[in-house]
Design a protein around this ligand. Sequence first.
Ligand SMILES: [Zn+2]
Length: 488
Amino acid sequence: MEYEAVIGLEVHAQVHTRSKMFCACPVVPDTGNLPPNTYVCPVCLALPGALPVVNRQAVALGIRAALALHCAVQPLSVFARKSYFYPDLPKGYQITQYAHPLARNGYLEVDVSQRFCRIGITRIHLEEDTGKLYHGNDGTRVDFNRAGVPLLEIVSEPDMRSPDEARAYAMALRDVLVYLGLNTGDMEKGMIRFEANVSIRPQGSGTLGTRTEIKNLNSFRALSRAVDAEIARQIAILNSGGQVTLKTLGWDAAGEQLFVQRNKEQAHDYRYFPDPDIPPLAVTPEWVASIAASLPELPRARKARWVAHYGLREEDAALLVPDRALAGYFEAAVKHGLGCGVAPQDVANWMTGEVFRLLKARTSGITGARVSPERLAALLRLLYVEDAINVASAKKILEVMFETGESPERVVERLGLSQISDPALLEAVATRVIRDSPTQVAQYLDGKEPLIGWFVGQIMRETRGKAEPGQAQEIARVFLERERSNRF
Ligand SMILES: [Zn+2]
């Protein structure tokens, strides 16, 4: 029997606001680095009599995400209490949205290995995060700095059919949230977490099989590996005549193994009901319209524009688009480059090659780089338009520019790197190299022609890398051939 997988994802993304979802405590990007329980107040500690107040900025960002994902923002939504007991949850319930979420019925367009899919989005709602438990040898401690931080939950339709599709959707969603400025996209710090619902059914069947839920997946790799393992587990059960049962699973990323968290009989009853302390959330059409007017160009559209207008290779566009600062830098460099004859694809090649390499060696990122987009374009103009330097020198110059913040022209002058294009000079060097290497000349003339590369290398060395390699090769060939006719 051939099976197909049916996968839906629930994504929890931290919303970047100044203060928490229902109180004035500040939200800091990395709560793990703060002294524990210092960013707390009576509201997020659930002290008696404290009342929650909805964070307007969090709602605005939620609407922003909803619009980017083509959802219908609901004029009225309701905050509800989801009751369960766990030590990281001070109130004994979480404030979330249940029957009446902020937005419904959207979609996200995703490219999965050259193929386009549209993944439906069922609903988007706002809720608060829990605290964090630290398990040590001397017991377990709890830190409430994260308790009450706003989260956006984005629930997809079960529209994905493979781990690759689930991964592509998760990555595209992350890119959108980062572009909207509501999340840093930092998976290692848990800024985005995934839960996957997985079932299988006979290929072509219209009914859904029994699904299981995999909780707390916090990397793209964990997501696709866990879903892959779960599909294989369910197929093995059905093939051996068994039945898949409702389960909540966890994923051990280090051991690459699924484990059971809860079976059906232990499933929670959350006793949802509207929070009596929070009035229904009303969103006016005017507010939605003003947010819609401020939406930026989204990653997929930007990538398509680069491919169409700049003639960029798809894979390079995909590397440069996700980080908004990097994408902005690239676009600025392309604009300066186009003004002086540098091709956008050359800018892309240098960005994904040398610039990425130099950024990796530093930690400041593109915003902290000492090379402006204009100066990167100026360097590429010296290389490709004016032929004033060669590739090896350009790499060296860019590295110095990253160190010192100097202009490329200044570095060329200071290090004496301008290319030697005077043929008389190169010919003199080639004559010397050939005179000093009788063994290699004899081997070459004997038919060992790849040795030409060695001669080019010698010429480059003699000129301290300032010769144009193509020209050096041509001169070496002419001189060696002249040597051949002299001998025979
Ligand atoms: Zn608080």
